[in-house]
Ligand binder design. Structure first.
Ligand code: PBG
Length: 333
């Protein structure tokens, strides 16, 4: 074998120089993750006495109120930036009544977590009806069975206020009803909660990757959410949703899911006047955990790679079920 000389009067371009050692790679890394940018989504279920493991999301549980407090403390210790709470009521009905019950499970969980961690973690809550409705849709239904946009807005407005009363720092409208951010902002302001922020799911796509979440919240949904969530085929529509949400008062916007929508994250991040987050959802988590369990991928390496990719695409915040684990690794260096 003879090696080919690469110098023929030109400077000898060798990008590999900057890849040669761990030290130089660390020096020139363009994208870095910080625990404060990670948000941990958690589920708390009414009426259980032990945490319940989720079969489709190994490592994730439905918390009791008690175990949720401990999880919040663990997140603080790992220096995670925020926590997003999802409540699962014991009783579901057509209107999602428990979502507006001041003593409903989510409101209790908000009080618990805020009293436990104070300002050491930004406490957020899902503002949506699907955890509470017996039909599993994100809104209330009209007589013909369709999801009634404007009737749902009234329910969201009430939910925003009970969540704020419970002390949440940010509400996360995730139902993809038109006008949901304005409904929440107007209701919060009218009730005097000017400082309760809105982290809005601007572009939430109708995705098959939500599969495991349906187990996580004991959803009874039959059918799908294609009449209100964004079609996978569309990128421009995310920009329209961004404009509307910002005009309606969103403080932060989210794109969801993350990995199959990194182009959308990039497009939104390039033009958004407010911080942009991405939600790495249940199916993304499950896919990596399943492959790792089979020994087909290097689990930690792949997890860190997915998170870094989402950040590189332009998200400055990431919701991920691996938030605590990833933060612990980052803190350990
Ligand atoms: C709606 C909501 C969903 C998720 C978060 N908020 C479910 C859906 O739209 O079907 C999914 C989160 C995940 O899959 O990890 N309240």
């Amino acid at each position: 074998m003879t090696s080919v000389s690469r110098s023929s009067g030109f400077p000898d371009h060798r990008p590999r120089r900057l890849r040669a050692t761990p030290g130089v790679r660390r020096l020139v890394a363009e994208t870095r993750l910080h625990p404060a940018e990670l948000i941990l989504p958690v589920f708390v279920r009414e009426g259980i006495s032990e945490p319940l493991a989720l079969t489709t999301m190994p490592g994730v549980v439905q918390h009791t109120r008690d175990s949720l407090r401990k999880a919040a403390v663990e997140a603080v210790e790992a220096r995670v930036g925020g926590i997003m709470l999802f409540g699962i009521p014991a009783v579901k009905d057509a209107m999602g009544s428990e979502g507006t019950n001041p003593d409903g499970i989510l409101q209790k969980a908000i009080r618990d977590v805020v009293s436990e961690v104070g300002d050491q973690l930004v406490v957020m809550s899902d503002l949506c009806l699907d955890e509470y409705t017996d039909h599993g849709h994100c809104g209330v239904l009209a007589a013909d069975g369709s999801v009634d946009n404007d009737a749902t807005l009234g329910r969201y407005a009430e939910m925003a206020v009970v969540q704020a009363e419970a002390g949440v720092h940010m509400v996360g409208p995730s139902g993809m009803m038109d006008g949901q951010v304005a409904a929440a902002r107007t209701a919060l302001d009218a009730a005097g909660y000017h400082n309760t922020a809105i982290i809005a799911y601007a572009a939430k796509y109708a995705s098959g990757f939500y599969g495991p979440f349906r187990e996580a919240v004991n959803s009874s949904l039959t059918g799908d959410r294609r009449t209100y969530q964004v079609d996978t085929a569309n990128g421009r529509e995310a920009l329209r949703e961004l404009d509307l949400d910002v005009a309606e008062g969103a403080d932060i916007v989210l794109v969801k899911p993350a990995m199959s929508y990194l182009d959308v994250v990039r497009r939104v991040a390039d033009v958004s006047p407010v911080p942009v987050g991405a939600y790495q959802i249940s199916g993304e988590y499950a896919m990596v955990e399943a492959a790792a369990e089979k020994g087909w991928v290097d689990r930690e390496r792949v997890i860190d790679e997915t998170l870094l990719s989402i950040k590189r695409a332009g998200a400055s915040l990431i919701l991920t079920y691996w938030a605590v684990e990833a933060a612990q690794r980052l803190v350990a260096g």
